[in-house]
Ligand binder design. Structure first.
Ligand SMILES: Cc1cc2nc3c(=O)[nH]c(=O)nc-3n(C[C@H](O)[C@H](O)[C@H](O)COP(=O)(O)OP(=O)(O)OC[C@H]3O[C@@H](n4cnc5c(N)ncnc54)[C@H](O)[C@@H]3O)c2cc1C
Length: 304
């Protein structure tokens, strides 16, 4: 940064003449499943991986901070909006290219839609994710999972842009993914993924998807505004069980409330602020720590 220019001016100067269109003051509450948070001062949705790489390269050279937005289903955005440029993958929606068991798909493509698409082709391996409302890029980055399934298990390779703006094709290996994490992705932007699935009878895949759906609907507040599990499960236990055992179901700060159905979900009943949700998150963490000695780690990512 030079002189007294703000990060916004620095970013605008860096992006001027670049391929991607810059949008200003884009409300993020509408782009996150929790429905919370102020606007992105600068917002770009590059239309292809090369445009994404160019935008990242320009911002990196100028030393301006930026982060990536998928479907916003695991994000808690500050009431003032984030203090960085938001690069969205919403236009990177290349349709799945299916060759036998190998599926190549854009990072902005929605996971539930992909699950249905490959199931219809008789391809199994990601049906556990039928109710995870994220993008493919977000599912790779978070290694989204449900019961024994984890998205990373199906990922053979991914295309990503490094923090310096270089497009790379990365094959996955044993250490690429961890529980709700992806050290092998690191701080790159995933722009496409290649999945390696297994052939199976479409009717059997559809049955499994139905079982997952029934289980999810009976155990999670699926109709309400939330961001999925707020905390990661600690080793050998469940955050939801610990929160429930501490008697915190129904605990509220303003319109933010701990779900009665699943204690690891916080629901925005309408108009909750980020501050209120954070106060509730802290209250839950403190109470669980005091009662059980377990320090819960947040799964939802905070953008300030
Ligand atoms: C009703 C509901 C149910 C849910 N159930 C589950 C569940 O069963 N299991 C589970 O694991 N999660 C669940 N979640 C949480 C969420 O859906 C997942 O974490 C999902 O993978 C997030 O994807 P996203 O595209 O929405 O990412 P975002 O919320 O947009 O971003 C999450 C993080 O990933 C980064 N990111 C996003 N896209 C990219 C990219 N292309 N490249 C690099 N980084 C990127 C962001 O910068 C951010 O750090 C649930 C959420 C809701 C609302």
């Amino acid at each position: 940064m030079t002189g007294t220019r703000s990060w916004i001016e620095e970013a605008e100067a860096a992006l001027r003449g670049g391929p991607a269109r810059i949008l200003r003051d884009v409300p993020l509450a509408r782009r996150t499943s929790l429905g919370v948070g102020g606007p992105a001062r600068l917002f770009l949705a590059p239309e292809n991986p090369e445009e994404m790489a160019a935008a990242i390269g320009r911002l990196a050279s100028a030393g301006v901070r930026f982060e990536f937005l998928g479907a916003g289903s695991n994000l808690l955005v500050a009431d003032e909006g984030p203090s960085f440029v938001v690069l969205s993958t919403e236009a990177l929606v290349a349709e799945p290219l299916i060759e036998k068991e190998i599926v190549r798909v854009g990072a902005g493509y929605m996971v539930p839609k992909l699950v249905k698409r490959v199931a219809a082709e008789g391809l199994s391996g990601i049906e556990f994710a039928e109710g995870i409302p994220g993008s493919v890029g977000g599912a790779v980055r978070m290694n989204a999972g449900w019961h024994e399934g984890m998205f990373g298990q199906a990922v053979a390779a991914f295309t990503a842009v490094s923090r310096q703006g270089v497009l790379e094709e990365i094959r996955t290996s044993a250490g690429t993914f961890t529980y709700r994490g992806s050290p092998g992705v690191g701080d790159r932007c995933v722009v496409a993924a290649t999945l390696d699935l297994a052939p199976d009878d479409p009717a059997r895949i559809a049955d499994r998807m139905r079982e997952y759906r029934d289980h999810r609907v009976s155990t999670q507040p699926t109709g309400a505004r939330n961001a999925g599990c707020i905390f990661k499960n600690p080793p050998g236990d469940h955050a939801g069980r610990l929160i429930d055992a501490t008697g915190l179901k129904g605990l509220a700060v303003g319109p933010a409330i701990v779900s009665d159905l699943h204690a690891n979900f916080i629901i925005n009943r309408g108009g909750a602020t980020c501050r209120e949700i954070l106060r509730l998150v802290d209250a839950v963490r403190d109470a669980v720590l005091e009662r059980s000695g377990v320090a819960l780690e947040r799964e939802v990512i905070l953008w300030t």
